[in-house]
Ligand binder design. Structure first.
Ligand code: NAD
Length: 350
């Protein structure tokens, strides 16, 4: 059963997802459709209750609106957050039920992978709707797991931000990577190839320890990674890594990573500025995945994705430069730029 869209705070629409047979339980939050259909991945994670899932969806959907706007994509912002059932469940049936819910919205929302979901899950979703991306690619066309594109965008943004901050390339710098999942692991491989030293943390030992062995990375505890001795901190796990406490203890002079919603509160961006820590805003840096999703949904080629992902690094460099010149935080500047793009689209549509 999918409930009717319920208007929360304008312009946000929120759809409750509940299907007792499959265990589907969650929410789709649509923040904005001013630039196009609300697009954003589907997170599948354990939440203590629906309120926590809803809060995550709302924050993530807003971030997607800003990310898509600044990346120049013809997409609004939205996100699905599904609560992972406890005990045994039929995963394929759950994602088919989710697909039916997406279809019910008639193109208002386009989904794809996020934390906890895979290409196989999106194939199950696709059995019920065409408003899904992140499916196995057709030769030469955009598609597939978006996380390698995200990792490439983060890596190139980090190169540009390191040049700006340290006047140096990444060789010889130490990067502390929080989270060695799909994006974090690929970022680590690229960093190792570029000659960076790695410190990594992840509560899940499986990929973390293998990666550390292959790349010669140092492993630290999850509560030590934000204050690790490193030039760069790369949050690549869940949101909220940048808190007043973590920033006060941070030794890194640059933060650049893949995670969505890194700032626990807007004030943390100012705190970083006052501590002399350069911040490459999360949604500017991590747009590679949605660029791939967008191109796939619109039937474009892989070369279109490569071209747009290559624009992330200069965008980040320009933002850091302008922030220093104006004495403002890059996070606030990015928000203002994205809000202006969305407001202009709203005015044109009115
Ligand atoms: P993932 O689920 O593959 O990896 C997340 C990893 O973080 C897991 O290995 C998990 O064990 C680890 N983790 C959880 N809590 C941690 C903690 N406290 N400390 C250290 N590690 C912790 O997810 P992903 O696809 O790699 O995405 C990572 C982040 O990047 C998420 O915030 C996601 O929203 C964001 N992001 C991903 C994409 C993409 O294309 N996948 C695109 C844009 C943004």
């Amino acid at each position: 059963m999918v409930s009717r869209p319920t208007r929360l705070t304008p312009p946000l629409e929120c759809v409750r997802l509940l299907d007792r047979d499959s265990g589907l339980d969650g929410v789709i939050a649509i923040h904005s459709t001013a630039l196009g259909p609300g697009a954003g991945g589907c997170r599948f994670w354990s939440y203590p209750d629906l309120d926590h899932a809803l809060a995550d969806a709302v924050r993530l959907a807003e971030g997607m609106s800003y990310k898509n706007a600044l990346a120049g994509l013809p997409l609004g912002g939205a996100k699905a957050v599904l609560r992972k059932p406890e005990g045994d469940f039929d995963r394929a049936a759950l994602f088919r039920a989710f697909g039916r819910a997406v279809e019910h919205l008639g193109g208002l929302y386009v989904t794809a992978e996020d934390v906890g979901t895979s290409v196989a899950d999106m194939q199950d979703v696709a059995s019920a709707t065409r408003h899904v991306a992140g499916l196995p690619p057709i030769e030469g066309r955009a598609g597939g797991d978006p996380s390698p594109w995200t990792a490439r965008g983060v890596f190139e943004a980090m190169q540009a931000a390191a040049r700006f901050t340290f006047d140096s390339d990444l060789a010889g710098l130490t990067v502390a990577v929080q989270g060695t999942g799909n994006v974090g692991a690929e970022l680590c491989r690229r960093l190792a190839d570029a000659g960076a030293r790695l410190v990594i943390a992840d509560p899940s030992p499986v990929r973390r320890d293998r990666l550390a062995a292959i790349l010669g990375a140092t492993v630290v505890g999850v509560d030590q990674i934000a204050s690790a001795q490193a030039e760069i901190f790369a949050p690549c796990a869940l949101g909220g890594a940048l808190t007043p406490e973590s920033v006060r203890q941070m030794k890194a002079r640059l933060v650049c990573g893949a995670a969505n919603n890194q700032l626990a509160s807007p004030a943390v961006a100012d705190l970083m500025m006052h501590r002399g820590i350069a911040y490459a805003p999360d949604y500017v840096v991590n747009a590679g995945g949605i660029i791939s999703v967008s191109a796939e949904y619109l039937g474009e080629d892989e070369s279109d994705v490569g071209g747009r992902v290559a624009e992330i690094a200069p965008r980040v460099a320009a933002l850091l430069d302008r922030a220093v010149r104006e004495g403002r935080s890059p996070a606030m500047l990015a928000d203002e730029m994205a809000e202006e793009i969305i407001a202009n689209a709203q005015r044109l549509a009115a």
